[in-house]
Design a protein around this ligand. Structure first.
Ligand code: ZN
Ligand code: ZN
Length: 820
């Protein structure tokens, strides 16, 4: 690689060399997210500024640099690479080898080289940057109001990549040949769009149009084929705004899929959307144009604002202001709302004042709706729609019009959801903006695939020190989601050149993800490891907190469900755990779950079963008892007595359901964990007293030696409060306080025998921040160190990472122990 060696004249050399006797050379190799993020132009201008000569190039493993220069400038160069890297770059390692100078005279960006088997991370999709946003609304810019404006610092990435290396022909932009001005921007190292693969403009790029689904737009094109780009985005967006103002529902094609949108302040529109989408109570996400608008409707602290404005632009769960004018049907019975800022140019156009339609519609104010429901574009639990034909087929009955574009989406990617907990991120769904950035393991793993769980599925591929946790796949309950899961695995295996040698799966035999792993293991003759659900949760939390292979924790896995080693449904588990294995030290006492997992939607049944187990009467005055007629009660009683389809459970999710039902919050669910979520929203923060739980130590030699935590005394105390007409917010608080104290008391009992005081909290129930706050306060005051999640969800969306860690650790141990 001596292409430009000592060719320059003396003047050239003088530009770079001030004291030739001091001249040094260096070769630098950088790994991480360093391609497609403006890294080479950054290196180029840095080298120019520091008068270094040499070259930079992409390799399939990262970026490689060779430079000559004086030692001070070389030093500054290496420091600046880390310090001043472009916003989207993520540097994992910089390796520098000093060597004699090569005699370069200029600095160049040279051609990429491929390294067999090497791989490197791919950038997630990124919200529009301030520079592009400025140009979007600059009438003198050639991309004025152009919905697909982007540059190396922003725009689509993961969702448009079809193959590696990341180059335009390997993206869904392949069908858009660049025009002259775009080509020169793309080829100019000093331009913000140098090698910006999705570069586009109104002349050469994608465009938007509207299609009516209900003959409300007779003038617009109804053809199956895409129309020609005759209408400007001003007209299309103006028409879309008009429809939203009139209370219509729009399906809008976005970055990683479709949204269904309507005016969130229009009660009728919100109710109509719920009915069409067959979504009864589950909250809708909102999009608002700016922080000021969000402040009008929600309480917002600095950390939450930072999260909203981050380039990932997740949905952030915020506390609702009581005087907000947003329809309460957006999030019924909740005191929070999921809110995001616009993240694509099209979103910003939708909120902008582009046209005045007062003339044609005098009844309207002329201002586009400023708060939009932006919920995933699907019917009920199907995967979110991504292509136009699919949208016409699946969304036409849900939307009055489709706002389409012709830039294909390769990979479906839902919006991410995050909460703020004590100033730090607490992810609920890790997807757009975050995936497929890898998480780092503190050890080298063999190539692995972990297939995750049933609900909120994500899968995880791993090699070297990288664990690539997938975007949100969804609830694996239908064929479409399974297809999306299989396609996603194949795609990410190709992108990251991972050929799994081992498969890891959840122990539940009926999970579709488990069946996929078993079938593939048979077909490809690969070993497969079954990982216990709650062990995986705790291991995921350990990786999330960068714990090394030899670490041990007290894991509290609080969850709705999870297949146990004994076939029971676990979910209130205290585990002494490391990556290799675990010991079940305590758990909620088993109670029958009449009807099994299928009965989860009926907390009233769960409540009666728990009372039966606790030996408490089904008093007619108690709310869940009142939910059944005499025949139903008799049938349920007989079912419990004769143990007909009554699997045993230690799930704390079910305990929350039962307690919420008993308190009268809700007897039937319309979405997962609804009773617990509404129960939490009722908690009176001033209330200090707590319901008791009883810890039962097992006699020696019992087959299950774990401490059993009995809720019977808790239920008795709550029933007493109900009889004394204690207000519901106090009952809710006493229950939450009681569970927090129960966790503390159990861990103290365990710590005394185990001598471990590092606690990891994981599992879906820890999405209950009221419980999380109370529990952490108690544990920390008792001398425990508490780990929670920061990078991945505490719910089943993070499970696959734990499966990777456990299977990888066990493989390493096996290979360490094998005689070889
Ligand atoms: Zn940009
Ligand atoms: Zn162009």
């Amino acid at each position: 690689m001596k292409t430009n060696r000592v060719a320059g004249n003396d003047q050239d050399r003088a530009n770079y060399v001030t004291a030739s006797d001091q001249l040094k050379g260096a070769r630098i190799h950088i790994t991480g997210v360093v391609q497609g993020v403006g890294f080479r132009p950054f290196i180029y201008s840095l080298a120019q500024r520091l008068r270094l000569a040499g070259w930079v190039r992409n390799t399939s493993a990262g970026v490689e640099i060779e430079v000559d220069g004086n030692p001070a400038n070389l030093n500054e160069f290496i420091l600046s690479i880390e310090r001043d890297a472009p916003p989207l770059a993520r540097i994992d390692s910089i390796k520098t080898d000093l060597m004699p100078p090569n005699g370069y005279t200029t600095f160049e960006i040279i051609h990429s080289t491929a390294i067999e088997q090497a791989f490197q991370p791919i950038s997630p999709d990124v919200s529009i940057c301030p520079d592009c946003l400025h140009e979007l609304f600059d009438p003198s810019d050639r991309r004025y109001l152009y919905p697909f404006i982007n540059c190396t610092n922003c725009g689509p990435r993961f969702t448009i990549i079809t193959d590696i290396p990341y180059d335009r022909p390997n993206t869904t932009m392949v069908g858009f040949p660049m025009c002259h001005p775009c080509t020169s921007e793309y080829s100019d190292p000093s331009n913000r769009r140098f090698h910006a693969q999705p570069i586009a403009c109104p002349t050469c790029g994608p465009f938007i149009w509207l299609e009516s689904t209900k003959q409300i737009l007779p003038a617009l094109i109804e053809a199956e084929e895409k129309p020609s780009p005759g209408t400007s985005s001003r007209e299309v967006v103006g028409e879309a705004q008009l429809l939203l103002s009139e209370g219509k529902i729009l399906a809008i094609k976005g970055l990683g899929g479709f949204h269904l949108a309507c005016d969130a302040t229009n009660q009728q529109a919100v109710i109509e959307l719920r009915q069409r989408k067959l979504r009864v109570d589950k909250p809708f996400a909102l999009m608002m144009p700016d922080i000021a608008t969000i402040r009008e409707h929600c309480y917002l602290n600095d950390a939450e604002q930072k999260l909203l404005e981050s380039h990932q632009r997740p949905i952030v769960i915020l506390k609702r202001r009581p005087d907000s004018t947003i329809s309460p049907d957006v999030a019924p019975q909740q005191d929070t709302m999921g809110v995001m800022l616009p993240y694509t140019p099209l979103h910003f156009l939708l909120f902008a004042n582009l046209v005045s339609w007062e003339k044609s519609r005098p009844s309207l104010t002329g201002v586009p709706p400023q708060i939009l429901v932006m919920t995933s574009g699907n019917l009920s639990e199907e995967p979110i729609a991504i292509d136009n034909a699919e949208a016409r087929q699946r969304l036409s009955s849900l939307a009055d019009a489709l706002l389409l574009h012709d830039r294909p989406i390769r990979t479906r990617c839902d919006d991410s959801v995050v909460r703020n907990f004590r100033g730090d991120n607490y992810p609920i769904r890790r997807s757009r903006g975050y995936a497929p950035l890898p998480l780092t393991l503190l050890w080298e793993t063999p190539p692995l695939l972990a297939t995750g769980a049933e609900l909120k599925n994500t899968f995880c591929l791993a090699r070297s020190q990288y664990a690539f946790l997938s975007q949100h796949i969804g609830d694996m309950e239908n064929y479409e989601t399974l297809l999306s899961f299989e396609d996603g695995i194949g795609h990410m295996e190709r992108l990251f050149k991972i050929h799994p040698e081992v498969l890891a799966y959840d122990l539940h035999p009926n999970y579709l993800a488990t069946r996929y792993a078993m079938a593939r293991a048979r077909e490809q003759d690969l070993p497969a490891l079954g990982i216990q659900h709650h062990h995986a949760h705790i291991a995921a939390c350990m990786v999330d907190n960068h714990l090394p292979l030899e670490a041990t924790v007290l894991g509290v896995s609080f969850d709705g469900t999870g297949y146990g080693d004994d076939g029971a449904i676990w979910g209130g588990e205290f585990l002494l755990a490391n990556y290799y294995g675990y010991k079940r030290l305590a758990h909620l006492e088993y109670a029958p779950l009449p009807g099994g997992d299928a009965a989860i939607r009926k907390p009233a049944r769960t409540a009666l079963a728990q009372l039966w187990q606790a030996g408490l009467d089904w008093e007619p005055g108690l709310p869940p008892v009142g939910a059944f007629c005499a025949e139903e009660k008799a049938a349920l009683h007989s079912q419990l007595e004769h143990k007909v389809n009554t699997p045993l459970t230690s799930s704390i999710g079910r305990l929350f359901d039962a307690a919420a039902a008993l308190a009268g919050v809700r007897q039937a669910l319309n979405y997962e964990a609804q009773a617990a979520i509404e129960f939490e929203a009722l908690v009176d923060p001033q209330e200090r007293s707590a319901y008791p739980f009883e810890l039962k130590h097992s006699p020696p030699l019992e087959s299950d030696p774990a401490i059993k935590i009995s809720p019977a005394v808790m239920f008795s105390a709550m029933i007493q409060d109900i009889h004394s007409a204690i207000p519901l917010p106090h009952i809710a608080a006493r229950f939450h306080n009681g569970v927090a104290e129960m966790v503390y008391n159990t861990l103290v009992a365990i710590r005394n025998s185990m001598g471990v005081s590092l606690v990891a909290l994981s599992g879906g129930v820890w999405q209950n921040l009221t419980l999380l706050h109370k529990t952490i306060d108690l544990l920390e005051s008792g001398g425990f160190t508490v780990l929670i999640h920061h990078q991945i969800p505490t719910n089943d969306g993070g499970l696959a990472l734990g499966q990777v860690a456990i299977s990888s650790a066990n493989l390493l141990q096996r290979s360490k122990l094998s005689p070889s």
